[in-house]
Design a protein around this ligand. Sequence first.
Ligand code: BGC
Length: 269
Amino acid sequence: MEKKLAGQIAIITGASSGIGAGVAKSLSISGATVVINHPVEATKAAAEMVLAEIKNTGGEGITYQCDVSKEDEVMKMFADVITQFGTVDILINNAGLQRDSPFTEMTLEQWDLVISVNLTGQFLCAREAIKEFLRRGIVPEKSKAAGKIICMSSVHEVIPWSGHANYAASKGGIMLLMKSIAQEFAPKKIRVNSICPGAIQTPINKAAWGTPEALQSLLTLIPYQRIGQPEDIGKAAVWLASDDSDYITGTSIFIDGGMTLYPGFSTNG
Ligand code: BGC
């Protein structure tokens, strides 16, 4: 297999499980050295398992604990990675969580946690990554771009989601954060794009696929009639991080089996 990301250093936030773990594996198979970020001590073992799998398939990387919502921790993570590996070429801004609640019962704590991890975390990591991309500039042997950022958004950057106002607000925010920095740094040859997953089979949405009834109900929202897998996202992330997508910046790519096609209208309206 062609190693399209050979020699490149990728930080993947929230990579101890779910989509982040899948993306870390896909990037590694394509030759990137991966930094498997995880938020707290309790997620270290899971991150180490992802790393072990990667090493078993001949890949390289480290795990790194850092809460992406904390400015000092993010700055230290980038400084440490740059000290150890020389630079950072790819940021996968993936860390995210849900704290669902009917709107009138949503606490400020639930609101703040989701916004600070999902949105502020992406701001803090993108800022440090871009500083490094600007410092280093283009290294032609590695990539035509000076750096690539992929923001993990969601179909809920456009689909409103009752009972999940904090989460949908964070994803809507990511859309214009991504586009604004893509616009600002395109002249510096830094590419910034989003991936918008639909329902991907991971721990975050287990309630939606954990029983046959739940899965059946979920499939009414997915015209393509299957739940997504982390590899579906991983393959697109490799492409978006590689020079195959060199002319693409400021775009949201929906990977959702048609969830954003208003499936309710196939039999109504
Ligand atoms: C959410 C999942 C949900 C999916 C589709 C994702 O962004 O994290 O919980 O299943 O969107 O609604």
